[in-house]
Design a binder for this molecule. Sequence first.
Ligand code: FAD
Length: 223
Amino acid sequence: MNDQVPFTVDRRNRVIRQPNRAAYDQGSIFAIVDQALVCHVSFIENDQPVCIPMLFSRIDRQLVFHGATSSRLMKTIAGGCELCVTVVLLDGLVMARSLFHHSMNYRSVSLFGRGREVSDVDEKLAALKSLSDKVMIGRWDDARAPNQKELKATMVAMVEIESAAAKVRSGGPVDDVADMDLPVWVGEIQFHQNALVETDRSSSITEIPGYVNNHVMRFNTKD
Ligand SMILES: Cc1cc2nc3c(=O)[nH]c(=O)nc-3n(C[C@H](O)[C@H](O)[C@H](O)COP(=O)(O)OP(=O)(O)OC[C@H]3O[C@@H](n4cnc5c(N)ncnc54)[C@H](O)[C@@H]3O)c2cc1C
């Protein structure tokens, strides 16, 4: 699919509540997906809804997951059942004059698709590198590469994104006109994540590598 073509809007992904906050273009959706480290993967197992947090990355229109070869989660993802994956970046708390109009500012995405196991060694290594890069660019070339035993113990699955939607709220409170003169503090509490680096006492390298400092700088300056 062309990068510019938005996801088709259908019963799975149509944002019904406050559709003015919705986006279906790949640029808006993938910007949120790429900034989030953790997603929640949902599926139905024997009529039981299950939702599990996971690290993930993206290669083109596919989400990448990894875990123990023996895990229920990875077997389920790789098994090809219908999955719903959600991602949220929490930007702030919105404090209004009435409790009813309190809100949160956020960027969130829901994605739908089915997974498959990645068995080809080159594709598996590329997928694992994309996960490593998601955590920290530069780490893949510095830390020891996975050996055969570790590769065997690790299952990698990719989920082709068939459908997706983003929903974004930003800005201050939207109060009722009748409440505007109430003597209540209103405003937004914005969240900015900060990363700090601490070298482990067991480390033989005490100087912090450049790619780690770069990562922290990027992390602390991103929106
Ligand atoms: C930030 C984060 C990132 C993670 N990244 C990965 C990853 O990349 N790959 C990976 O394989 N695992 C990851 N995990 C662990 C993952 O959430 C699961 O615990 C693990 O994969 C086992 O899942 P399962 O369904 O096979 O476990 P099972 O033990 O079979 O799950 C049985 C039940 O245990 C409970 N449970 C399982 N996991 C959790 C949990 N995390 N929190 C609360 N209850 C739980 C649920 O009720 C679940 O239905 C991550 C966890 C967190 C919090």
